[in-house]
Design a protein. Structure first.
Length: 342
């Protein structure tokens, strides 16, 4: 058979594959348009959309570390919520110590206080992640049922330690002075903090995408996700890579905990286990091991949750599960699954 007769079939298949690959990118814009049609009022829609984006991107911050850990290490870490809670409490502790910075109407000092709180939370949860992987996760590599049991146990123990250190009561957080209240954009009231959350979430996504696609470490991580045995055969220490990816994922959970705590303005020891439902939904929707899929899934969850809460509050309780079911019926392995080599 000549090349001329083969090429049209190849080109047609290539086009269909490219079309299928980019189809998930349209889901969030389509959902936003449907939300505008259903809500009717553009100003209300804009307020809800920004709120949904902020919520979704904060969930993405927490879920991104988990999806990379699962994709690379094949570890089902139900203890990921512990890092979220610890990050929130460490961040709030730092912010309380910097009350002079957060209480002044100076945006530079306010942002500096938040950055120091985030840095402290990421250092604390990164160190905690190192210990968690060495003591709890490492002995159960390859055994998913044991991973679920021991990491869930780690989550429970961590919650009790939070009670011991910070007390059993919920802590209330006052946002920095310049991040309180709303601004008017095209007639819609948009909370200042949500704008910051969107900016942080987008910055993290593009930073992660750059690292994974443009750096040597990212190349090793992606190669390890697809075929860890081959990476190890080439002479790279895949176990050391596992450890540092776990530490990075734990640190990202700490960052997400600070952001989510300021978003809710209240933190509890159980906040990590409560948010893990949304985190796992996002990871499953996006495709295990996929940062891009996790990003799109988080946007869908955030937007749908806010639209549904406004249009039909009772439906909002099951909207995320319904979204997951719909996506998995369309793509059983998620939006952008990482295909591991056999």
């Amino acid at each position: 058979m000549s090349d001329e007769r083969i090429r049209p079939r190849f080109d047609e298949l290539s086009f269909s594959q490219r079309l299928g690959e980019h189809a998930p990118l349209l889901l969030a814009p389509v959902l936003a348009v449907l939300g505008l049609i259903a809500i009717g009022d553009p100003t209300t829609w804009l307020t809800l959309t920004v709120a949904g984006l902020a919520m979704g991107l904060m969930i993405f911050i927490m879920a991104s570390g988990l999806t990379i850990v699962f994709g690379l290490m094949d570890v089902i870490n139900f203890g990921h919520g512990a890092f979220v809670a610890v990050g929130a409490f460490v961040g709030v502790t730092v912010l309380s110590l910097l009350s002079g910075w957060t209480g002044t109407p100076d945006i530079v000092m306010n942002i500096s206080a938040i950055l120091l709180a985030i840095l402290a939370a990421m250092i604390a949860t990164g160190a905690m992640g190192w210990l968690f992987e060495r003591v709890i996760v490492m002995p159960v590599y390859g055994f998913h049922l044991k991973q679920i049991l021991v990491t869930m146990g780690g989550l429970i123990v961590t919650e009790q330690l939070i009670h011991v250190i910070w007390g059993p009561d919920a802590l209330h957080i006052a946002r920095p002075e310049t991040l309180q209240g709303s601004v008017i954009v095209f007639g819609a009231a948009i909370e200042k903090y949500r704008i910051l959350a969107v900016a942080v979430g987008l910055a993290l996504f593009f930073a992660m995408r750059h690292v994974l696609r443009k750096t040597r470490i990212g190349l090793l991580v992606r190669a390890g996700v697809e075929n860890g045995e081959m990476v190890e055969a080439l002479g790279y220490r895949i176990k050391a890579l596992f450890l540092w990816v776990f530490v990075a994922g734990s640190a990202l959970a700490g960052l997400g905990g600070v952001m989510w705590g300021l978003y809710q303005e209240t933190i509890t020891a159980q906040m990590g286990s409560e948010i893990m439902v949304l985190v796992f939904v996002v990871v499953i929707i996006g495709g295990l091991g996929s940062v891009e899929g996790c990003f799109i899934g988080a946007l869908l969850v955030g937007l749908l949750a806010n639209y549904a809460a406004f249009l039909a509050p009772k439906v909002a309780l099951v909207s995320t599960i319904a979204l997951m079911v719909a996506v998995l019926m369309w793509r059983p392995q998620g939006l952008y699954p990482v295909v591991k080599a056999k």
